[in-house]
Every structure is written in C-alpha cells, then in structure tokens.
Ligand binder design. Structure first.
Ligand code: 5GP
Length: 203
C-alpha cells in the first residue's frame, strides 16, 4: 500500500472454541509472535490455577465484586462457564480500540455470540474477526482435558460433552483454525490478522 492510511477504529480479534482446545496457550504464543497485539484480560470468579496471576491471566474477583460490575455495566459481555462467571471488561477494550489497536479477546462461544451482536448492531464501533479454534480430533481434546489434571474426572467428562456441543456453532465464525500444534495455530491466526487488518483498514 503506497498511500498512508490510518485506522479509524481498532480491530477486535475474538478467539473462541471449546474448553480444552488450548485457546489461552495459542493466544499467549500469538502475543509473542506479534508484539503489536494487545490482550483483553477478563474478570472471573474462578480461583486461580497454579501459575496464574491476577491481572495477567485474569482479574480474579469475588462473586460480590462480579455482581457489582454487572450492575454498574462494566462488562461488555459476561457468561457463566462451567460454574464460574467470566466477563469482558469495557475498560480493557474501549481505549485500545479507540486508539486503533488490534485487541485479542479470548472468550467462550456465548461471549463470542454476544460480541458479534454488539459489533453487528453497531453498538460497538470496531471491526471484528471471529476465529474458532478446533482440536484435530475429539480424542485429542479428551486427552488434553485429562492431561490438564486440574479438574476431577467428572468435571473432565462434563467439559468434554460441553465441548462437543460447542463444536456445533463453528459455522458462525469467520475462520476455523485447527490447533494441531500451538506454533502453527498461532502463525495461522497471525496471518488471518494481517489479512483482516488490510481488509478493514478504514480511511
Ligand atoms: P478457563 O477457566 O479454562 O480459563 O476458561 C473457561 C472458559 O471461559 C474458556 O472457554 C474461556 O475462553 C472462557 N472465557 C474466558 N474469559 C471469558 C470472558 O470474558 N467471557 C466469556 N464469555 N468467556 C470467557
């Protein structure tokens, strides 16, 4: 492109997919591959897993704090996922998108549907791309969920059933990326972002 162009609005990159597909690992790799990307850190009532830190992986808050944020309309969307509450904070997105940044948001399928509605209705002024991450097979997904070892077997089976149901919505997404290897899935998403950045460049 020879003409100097300036982005009017940011680009929201929504990465979704079933539980255990490896969304957060792929997203973290993607952020290392492209330092320009910003991550939207969600709030959750789930307790931290070993190695997770407040403000980096999530804002770990109490149910009362979460309810207060819902009342004060501090979430763009929020959902109950596997017994805990998760929400995308308006503050995480608003300023970054207004500055024309590319913001990555990792949410479950309910969150992706809510964000899509906000973008399509014009309530959210940003270009957006919806990416669905799938496992190479259901067997591999089951293996990954079990390997995580942070949950009881009953929870793993429940999550697996939920994940299979979640796979049914994939045609609603703009892109489907197979998470065969973290590196290649992250590279594929990086390439999609480059294409979308060009396509949605507004001037
Ligand atoms: P985990 O507890 O394994 O980190 O996440 C459980 C699920 O919640 C994942 O599918 C993850 O993508 C989703 N999730 C994380 N943050 C948000 C959010 O802000 N909103 C919604 N709707 N889902 C989220």
């Amino acid at each position: 492109m020879t003409k100097k162009t300036k982005r009017k609005h940011g680009l929201l990159v929504v990465v979704s997919g079933p539980s255990g597909v490896g969304k957060s690992t792929v997203v973290r790799r993607l952020l290392k591959l492209n330092k320009e990307l910003r991550l939207s850190v969600s709030a959750t009532t789930r307790p931290p897993r070993p190695g997770e830190t407040h403000g980096e992986h999530y804002y770990f808050i109490t149910q009362a704090e979460f309810d207060k944020k819902v009342k004060k309309h501090e979430f763009l969307e929020w959902a109950k996922v596997h017994g805990y509450y998760y929400g995308t904070l308006v503050d995480e997105l608003k300023d970054q998108l207004a500055k024309g940044k590319v913001l990555v948001c990792e949410v479950d399928v309910q969150g992706a549907a809510a964000l899509k509605q906000l973008v399509e209705s014009g309530k959210m002024s940003a270009a957006a791309v919806f990416i669905f991450l799938i496992p190479p097979s259901v067997d591999i997904l089951a293996f990954r969920l079990k390997k995580r070892k942070t949950e009881e077997e009953e929870v793993v089976n429940y999550r697996l059933r939920a994940a299979i149901a979640e796979l049914q919505v994939m045609e609603k997404y703009d892109y489907i990326v197979v998470n065969d290897k973290v590196e290649s899935a992250a590279e594929k998403i990086k390439a999609i972002i480059n294409v979308e950045k060009e396509r949605t460049l507004l001037n």
